[in-house]
Each structure stands twice: as C-alpha cells, then as structure tokens.
Design a protein around this ligand. Structure first.
Ligand SMILES: Nc1ncnc2c1ncn2[C@@H]1O[C@H](COP(=O)(O)OP(=O)(O)OP(=O)(O)O)[C@@H](O)[C@H]1O
Ligand SMILES: [Mg+2]
Length: 284
C-alpha cells in the first residue's frame, strides 16, 4: 500500500506545487509515484506534463480528476452514453523525465464546479486511490490554498500532511487555520488518522534569507513547537530554476542553469522526508 501525503498550507504561493512536483521527481527515480493534482488552478499538471502537453490533454478532452468526483466519464459523442469512471483512464502514466517515473492524475479548471455542489463527494478521491494504492509506494496530493470540500477529500485520501512554509511576513497566517482544520476533521472523522509529517521551509524569494526571513523562521518554529509539529532540517533553497523547471515540465536537475547545491539540497530534503514517511526501504 502506498503512503499518501497531501501538500497543504492555507496560505497561497508558499511552494506546495513546487515541492509536490520536485518531490515526485526525486521519488520517481527509486519509487513508484502517483502525483495527484487537486487544485483547479492545475499548476501541478502543467508543471509535470509541461504546458504544451497539458493543453493537448485538455483539447483532447481526456479525463481528469473532475471525473473522479463526478464518478463517470462523459459520453464521447451523440450516440454514446456516459460510462462509470475507470481509474486507469484517468491516470496518465510515465510522465516523469528521463530516469524518473511519475504517474499523474491531472486537474482542470472545471474542478471548481465540484465546490458548488459538494454534497457527498468528499470520500470519492480516497475511494478511487484505494483501488490503485498497491501499485505505488508514494502518492503525493497537491492541494489548493483555500479550505473546501477538496481539503476534506485530501484528508480522507491521505495519511500525512506536509506543510511548505515561505519564511516571510505573514508566514504564520495559514498555520492556525490548518491546525484548526485538521482538528475539526479529526473530531468529525474518528475512523481516519491524519498527521502532520512536518513543515518544510521554502526560500522561494531571495529576500526570505534576510532578517525578515530569520524572524519569520523563529515565529514559525515557535508555533510548530506549541503544536508539536516537526520541522524538516533541509530547506528548499531559492532558485529561479524552479519556475523554469515548471515551465519545461522537468525536474530541477533537468534544467540547464540550476546550481548543483540547490539540486543536492532538494534531494537531501527528499530523502529526509521519505525516511520520516517510513519509505527508506523503497529508496534502496
Ligand atoms: N524555492 C523557490 N525558489 C524560487 N522560486 C520558487 C521557489 N519555490 C516556489 N517558487 C515560485 O513561487 C511561485 C509559487 O510557488 P507554487 O506555485 O509552488 O506555490 P503554491 O503554494 O503551490 O501556490 P498556490 O497556493 O497558488 O497553489 C511559483 O512561481 C514558483 O515557481
Ligand atoms: Mg499550487
């Protein structure tokens, strides 16, 4: 059975998608990985497939996570009727890069339609992922920044949460919201265990290493201590190549200008995370 992990922070732009995609690539060299895009913005789909293939996927009307929540695949033409969802048709296989094998459940903007009529849909993702869980070591679910039925769907589908944090002014804003959200979920769903595996500092702007960044790290560390949350030792370093990697649909190591120490640090973070998730045997 795969270990399923959601990337969540109720604050936007902190690096959830960047960490999800890059972690998927690092894991994909040794493990069987499924990346799940649970955000209508679909940034994970774009950065794993690459923008061109992603647009082709949409233009060809191929299934996405929307069908997971609808539970059916729409008819292909005037004479065919909608069919029940077949998870194998929703997963795009082998979209990694070179020796990194990653499968993907892509998203599209229409996922936001689920938010308008969410009743009874929060367990559908978990149900579908349970069907393929034995095919993977790691399932990574990239979440949208706002709390909704999609957050509940992520909680039901995962065992752990990883929280990317951008060490800047207001970094602490999303953390109390996340703590409350998980607490409420746990009270209402005693049959499902969900734990925070840890916080990851992401220096996603060059000034987050300055005095403001250090102050923010202190504040977040204090908040994590009070909540009993782990903080991963390795951090994601600032690199303009992260945006370039997303644009190219590649891992950081597949871009031409990324500094070796940023790549090295990312890999070390990956192995630190996999060890904490109990996946170290899958990486050998
Ligand atoms: N370590 C980094 N160095 C430089 N740029 C980064 C880094 N991490 C993320 N970025 C950039 O910051 C922006 C936001 O990152 P990302 O999309 O991963 O955040 P997010 O938390 O998924 O956002 P959202 O809440 O909108 O889903 C992107 O343009 C990304 O390329
Ligand atoms: Mg994102």
């Amino acid at each position: 059975m795969a270990v399923a992990v959601s990337l969540i922070n109720m604050k936007g732009g902190v690096g959830k998608t960047t960490v999800a995609s890059q972690l998927a690539y690092v894991a994909g060299r040794k493990m069987r990985v499924l990346a799940v895009d649970l955000d209508p913005q679909s940034n994970l789909s774009q950065s794993v497939l690459g923008p061109r293939d992603y647009v082709r996927h949409l233009n060809d009307s191929r299934p996405t996570i929307v069908q997971v929540f609808d539970e059916y695949i729409p008819s292909g033409g005037a004479y065919s009727s909608p069919r029940p969802i077949d998870i194998d048709k929703v997963i795009v296989t082998n979209v990694g890069y070179w020796d990194s094998k990653v499968d993907l459940i892509p998203s599209r903007l229409e996922l936001s339609r689920i938010l308008k009529n969410p009743t009874g849909k929060e367990r559908r993702l978990a149900k579908v992922l349970a069907q393929v869980s034995d095919r993977y070591d790691l399932i990574l679910i990239d979440c949208a920044p706002t709390e909704s039925i999609l957050t509940d769907a992520a909680y039901f589908a995962s065992r752990y949460v990883i929280v990317p944090v951008k060490p800047e002014f207001m970094a602490t804003i999303g953390l109390p919201l996340l703590a409350r959200s998980i607490q409420e979920f746990t009270v209402e769903n005693e049959d499902h265990s969900i734990d925070i595996a840890g916080l990851v500092f992401n220096h996603s702007s060059s000034y987050s290493t300055g005095p403001e960044g250090r102050k923010s790290i202190e504040e977040v560390t204090e908040q994590a201590r009070r909540q009993g949350w782990h903080i991963f030792e390795h951090r994601v370093g600032y690199s303009a190549s992260y945006a370039r990697a997303a644009r190219m649909g590649r891992p950081l190591s597949g871009t031409s200008h990324a500094r070796w120490w940023v790549i090295d640090n990312l890999e070390r973070l990956g192995y630190e995370i996999f060890e904490r998730l109990g996946l170290e045997r899958s990486t050998q």
